[in-house]
Unconditional design. Structure first.
Length: 240
């Protein structure tokens, strides 16, 4: 069966959009997950040690700023590592195509043979592919190394998405302290708002990852609650 070039192009574009959407969702999940949990635990710990909501707010904002930068930088470095790894493997494939041609032909023949093609079809496909060095390298990158070419903007986009998601998540547990006179009251409202948010976040995260919805939501909420309780308990212990 032969596909019309326009149909093939549409399928490729659809696949690229799917990959980009998957990367975007993954980055949002990473940023929101830590953004909801870490500032919540910090605010809870401070609420057990200080008597000023202003101190909790100041420390919380500083943590959100530092955390978003650190998380964003981590996302950027991860994206750059993916690009650098792909480029390194691509250079190696070009070298092998140019200098180890017989070896690459044997590997290409094996790949086509494992697809269940007849020997005649395999030989014709290998001969056709070997005429175009660029397409040959692209084929080997995908079918020998199982590597997809990363989006060149992936590192930057990942850094921005993770950083902003961290800020969005961090504002939720911190916001009640803006409207309460003392950190103890702020902690009560923060716990209610944050635990609900963690449950909702865990629900959608589980839905995206195919995990049991209610169990996944409770798991995410429990992690945030335990982290906050531990921070609060330690602060109280050392404060005493």
């Amino acid at each position: 069966m032969h596909l019309h070039p326009e149909t093939t192009r549409n399928l490729i574009d659809h696949n690229e959009e799917h990959i980009k959407s998957s990367d975007l969702i993954k980055d949002i999940v990473i940023g929101m997950s830590d953004g909801l949990t870490v500032p919540f635990a910090l605010a809870a710990g401070l609420s057990g040690a200080v008597d000023s909501s202003a101190l909790v707010i100041t420390a919380g904002i500083a943590e959100i700023a530092a955390g978003s930068i650190a998380m964003g930088l981590g996302g950027y470095l991860a994206g750059r590592s993916e690009i650098d790894h792909y480029d390194s493997e691509q250079r190696r494939e070009y070298y092998e195509v140019e200098n180890l041609r017989d070896k690459e032909i044997a590997e290409t023949t094996e790949i086509f043979s494992n697809m269940g093609l007849s020997p005649a079809t395999v030989n014709a496909a290998v001969e056709e592919l070997a005429r175009d060095k660029t397409k040959w390298v692209q084929f080997m990158m995908k079918y020998e190394l199982d590597l997809e070419q990363p989006d060149p903007k992936r590192a930057r986009n990942s850094a921005v998405t993770i950083g902003l998601s961290y800020i969005a998540g961090g504002i939720i547990p911190l916001s009640p302290y803006f409207f309460t006179k003392d950190p103890h009251s702020g902690l009560i409202y923060s716990a209610i708002v944050t635990l609900i948010s963690l449950f909702v976040f865990g629900y959608f995260k589980s839905k995206l990852t195919g995990q049991p919805l209610f169990k996944g939501a409770l798991k995410v909420m429990a992690i945030g609650a335990v982290a906050a309780a531990a921070a609060y308990g330690i602060a109280k212990l050392f404060g005493a």
